[in-house]
Design a protein around this ligand. Structure first.
Ligand SMILES: [Zn+2]
Length: 77
């Protein structure tokens, strides 16, 4: 979703919206519509800049990605 490179689903991080926040669903168990990005900051930031999350997750307004960004920061070296 971010860089638009093709990838297998298992290599991507699933994101769901809970209230007005983007939440990483690293186990793939959270209900609802999911968006997929590479677990990398470049990819995440691209998706944020394109406002791809509210669109992909059908959110009525902007979504907070602060916690998601922290998660990706820690997950990637
Ligand atoms: Zn990507």
């Amino acid at each position: 979703m971010g860089c638009r490179e093709r990838a297998a689903k298992k290599d991507l991080l699933r994101i769901v919206a809970i209230k007005d926040e983007c939440v990483p669903d690293h186990r793939g168990t959270l209900p609802g519509r999911g968006a997929y990005v590479h677990p990398a900051l470049v990819c995440l930031d691209l998706a944020v800049r394109r406002r791809a999350f509210p669109r992909a997750l059908r959110a009525p307004g902007p979504l907070d990605t602060t916690a998601l960004r922290h998660y990706v920061e820690q997950a990637t070296p």
